[in-house]
Design a protein around this ligand. Structure first.
Ligand SMILES: CC(C)(COP(=O)(O)OP(=O)(O)OC[C@H]1O[C@@H](n2cnc3c(N)ncnc32)[C@H](O)[C@@H]1OP(=O)(O)O)[C@@H](O)C(=O)NCCC(=O)NCCS
Length: 147
């Protein structure tokens, strides 16, 4: 049973979120979460997935600036990948974007995850570029207005 919730940087789960991000997104690249990664996170939306024991097993952040919404730092614990945790996190991120009456979500996708985002309705809008040492592509999705 997975529970999804929004947290803030003041919640105890923030430490678990950062640990997951480090383990899934940075350690495999022999990197650590940088000051740049963490800057401004108090004002970003944090959505986490927790297992029955409360351990953070999935997360993403949504950064809002200039009427734009960017999903970043999507990570799912390897033991929980392939069980729709990533898809559900993206749906919840899109809800948060709609709440702010913003019509487009953008993100920088690792090329290895491009198919995941395409399944979720995102389309590439850039050439491939390098970020955190690996190839990425910018992707966007236009959200349907609420009924
Ligand atoms: C990419 C990631 C977030 C996907 O999360 P997940 O919980 O494993 O994905 P889901 O189970 O929700 O998959 C949803 C759909 O996408 C597909 N999918 C998942 N990962 C995929 C990938 N890397 N490439 C292509 N399709 C993928 C699934 O098969 C599923 O397809 P379906 O609609 O036919 O059932 C997760 O694998 C992960 O954390 N990977 C390592 C970190 C990473 O790459 N993060 C993204 C940075 S941009």
């Amino acid at each position: 049973m997975i529970r999804y919730r929004r947290i803030s940087v003041h919640d105890p789960e923030y430490a678990g979120e950062k640990e997951l991000r480090h383990r899934v997104l940075r350690r495999p690249l022999e990197l650590a979460l940088s000051e740049e990664d963490l800057r401004g996170e108090a004002s970003q939306v944090h959505i986490v997935a927790q297992d029955h024991a409360g351990k953070v097993v999935g997360c993403l952040l949504v950064l809002f600036s200039d009427e734009r919404a960017k999903v970043r730092q999507l990570a799912v614990d390897a033991a929980y990948q392939g069980r729709s945790v990533g898809r559900t996190l993206m749906q919840l991120a899109e809800e948060a974007v709609r709440e702010r009456h913003i019509g487009t979500v953008m993100l920088h996708a690792r090329v290895t995850a491009r198919g995941f985002f395409e399944r979720a309705g995102y389309a590439a809008v850039s050439d491939v570029f390098t970020e955190v040492t690996i190839p990425h592509v910018a992707m966007e999705k236009r959200l349907e207005p609420c009924a």
